[in-house]
Design a binder for this molecule. Structure first.
Ligand code: VTB
Length: 348
């Protein structure tokens, strides 16, 4: 029998601390109307807490390329292994989104989260910062949808698996001009829609959690968010199908303008040889040992936001791994006050 402890025991609680700290830092800035600042404090905090973790981490999805981002840039080495020469720690690839939904945090809107995914080396696709068309569904719908099928057929398949009518479904779509056709097709089919201003990662996770009231995520969002969603799907037994959207396929000039230069080269360097094909859950997050950790910043569909009170703060997080089938909703009271501090029982 192997005496090696699963990676979960080594790193799961460490990553919980990382997302909690980033979420608390960001939540302090909620409603300040400065999304860059909110992101900045989350990045800084995530980076500094990572320094204490016994790992040799490499950021594979982060805040940008080395010349664009001072911290948590792609390729950056993080963790104690990056600081202590000669030490031997597990090698981990890490995808971070220190504040998913910077606008949501800046305006106090729901569903901003601090999130990361980790795996053994090579366990997460190195997706460049570009767009990706996605469909995300939960365990009971797994295997029933096809990103290339007409929208109405996918909706029928989802409804059948969930034992209800298409009119009973709620589909989340990012509210963008690029989704005009998608939205009208969903409306014609009769399903309900929740349009969101930002945050298709947390939306995808809701689609894979029964009882969230969300049955699928559809449409074009960020590719990095797609990889982190895939890591969550590996742990939740859900499914993501995706396809990169190339510059020339984007109809809106405002979408094309957001893309970085030299995308074709970046994709090649990152090992994406055929950018036109469908990437499924296992291709986006192929790792054998995947860890996923998210902490609510603002109140959301499945995670409550950070609450501050006189003697501390309270956070709610989701931590899970493919190594053990435990999906943990962690309610943490960060006690700070003096001797009179009390912990209140809180029904979720
Ligand atoms: C997408 C989506 C993210 O930002 O990247 C979106 O995947 C940006 O899309 O969840 P636009 O370029 O159209 O604004 C998020 O919503 C993060 O906030």
């Amino acid at each position: 029998m192997s005496t090696q402890r699963p990676m979960e025991h080594d790193l799961l609680l460490d990553f919980l601390r990382v997302v909690e700290a980033a979420a608390i830092a960001a939540a302090r800035t909620m409603g300040q109307g400065d999304r860059k600042y909110s992101d900045h404090v989350a990045v800084e905090k995530m980076r500094s807490v990572m320094e204490s973790i016994p790992m040799t981490g490499t950021i594979v999805i982060g805040e940008g390329e080395r010349d664009e981002a001072p911290m948590l840039y792609i390729g950056e080495r993080v963790g104690r292994g990056a600081l202590e020469a000669g030490a031997s720690f597990p090698e981990v690839d890490i995808a971070v989104d220190p504040l998913e939904g910077t606008n949501l945090c800046a305006t106090g809107a729901p569903n901003a989260i601090a999130v990361l995914a980790a795996a053994e080396r090579g366990g997460l696709l190195h997706a460049p910062d570009m767009y990706m068309n996605k469909i995300v569904v939960g365990p009971s719908v797994k295997g029933a949808v096809d990103i290339d099928a007409p929208v109405k057929d996918n909706l029928k398949a989802i409804a059948r698996r969930l034992n209800r009518d298409v009119t009973d479904l709620t589909i989340i779509v990012l509210d963008r001009p690029r989704h005009e056709r998608l939205v009208s097709e969903i409306r014609q089919a009769g399903a309900r829609i929740r349009l969101i201003t930002d945050g298709d990662l947390s939306a995808g996770i809701s689609a894979a959690v029964a009882g969230s009231g969300v049955h699928a995520l559809m449409g074009i969002g960020g590719a990095p968010e797609g990889v982190i969603t895939a890591a969550a799907m590996r742990c939740l037994n859900g499914e993501i199908q995706s396809r990169f959207v190339l510059r020339e396929q984007l109809e809106q000039p405002e979408d094309r303008e957001k893309l970085p230069d030299g995308l074709a080269d970046r994709m090649k360097r990152m090992g994406i040889s055929d950018p036109t094909r469908v990437y499924d859950t296992n291709e986006l997050a192929p790792g054998r040992k995947i860890i996923f950790a998210a902490c609510g910043v603002t109140d959301g569909t499945i995670l409550r936001g950070v609450r501050f009170f006189g003697t501390g703060k309270r956070t709610q997080s989701l931590i899970m791994t493919t190594e053990t089938r435990h999906v943990r909703f962690v309610d943490t009271v960060h006690v700070e006050g003096g001797p009179d501090t009390f912990v209140r029982f809180d029904r979720f």
